[in-house]
Design a protein around this ligand. Structure first.
Ligand code: ATP
Length: 223
């Protein structure tokens, strides 16, 4: 199994002096291709911080982040951004889709930016949106889609450039319980067929149980 995410003794916090908050205090985590882990922990435990560090959005104060064999600590900001764009897909609690573009275009665009020819990008977008049951919504703008449909488009967009790693922060946190379960199952099934590694933060233990493993952040460490 090839290692996609390798976090080694990550420590990270915010502020200085009396305002100092130590959030991550020696977090190590390895995820291989095809492996899906649920990230749980109380509010404020540091789940988003860990996802930001793993997603190369934030440099940890200490520790090593290796993504698909690339040691991110050794890279310039520009190369980190390249690696992030190439290897990592993100899904957030709110979709952050471009309101002026159709569902299809929202999934085509990141591929065009990465240099994929239009016909290829469109075929990939149609395939992903089709897998998520959105064949009949390709031309709709996000504002004309339901919350569940918007999140499905956000999922397709995150996977569009075939990342090795998917990071998701409460990807169904904004949906009602039934829709959340359906969308999460679709997300997991796509992640499995595409063979990615995924780290998915959720407050919902029922959803966490659908994944291969659960890692819990507690007092700055993973249990
Ligand atoms: N930019 C920042 N500056 C200062 N403190 C921060 C910053 N970002 C996060 N924190 C603090 O770090 C701690 C962890 O926050 P984080 O958002 O990672 O937790 P979380 O587990 O994702 O919480 P939630 O489940 O509520 O989203 C919190 O105490 C928070 O207040």
């Amino acid at each position: 199994m090839s290692l996609v995410l390798d976090l080694d003794r990550i420590a990270h916090g915010y502020g200085r002096g009396p305002a100092r908050v130590d959030v991550l205090q020696g977090v190590s985590l390895r995820l291989g291709a095809g492996e899906i882990a649920a990230l749980i922990g109380q509010s404020g435990a540091g789940k988003s911080t860990l996802l930001h560090v793993a997603g190369l959005l934030e440099r940890p104060e200490t520790g090593r982040v290796v993504i698909a064999g690339d040691d991110a600590g050794a890279l310039s900001e520009r190369r980190r951004a390249d690696l992030r764009g190439r290897a990592i897909g993100f899904v957030y609690q709110f979709h952050h889709l471009l309101p002026e573009f159709s569902a299809l275009e929202n999934v085509v665009l990141p591929q065009r930016i990465a240099g994929t020819p239009r016909h290829q990008a469109e075929a990939r977008a149609r395939h992903l949106l089709g897998q998520l049951g959105l064949d009949h919504r390709l031309d709709h703008r996000p504002g004309k889609l339901s919350g569940g449909e918007q999140q499905r488009v956000a999922i397709a967009r995150a996977l569009a450039n075939r990342p090795a790693l998917l990071l998701a922060d409460e990807p169904t946190g904004n949906l009602d319980e039934d829709t959340a379960a359906v969308v999460m199952d679709e997300l997991l099934s796509l992640v499995r067929t595409e063979g990615l590694a995924a780290l998915i933060a959720t407050h919902n233990r029922g959803l966490a149980e659908r994944m291969d493993r659960t890692v819990t952040l507690k007092r700055g460490r993973l249990a």
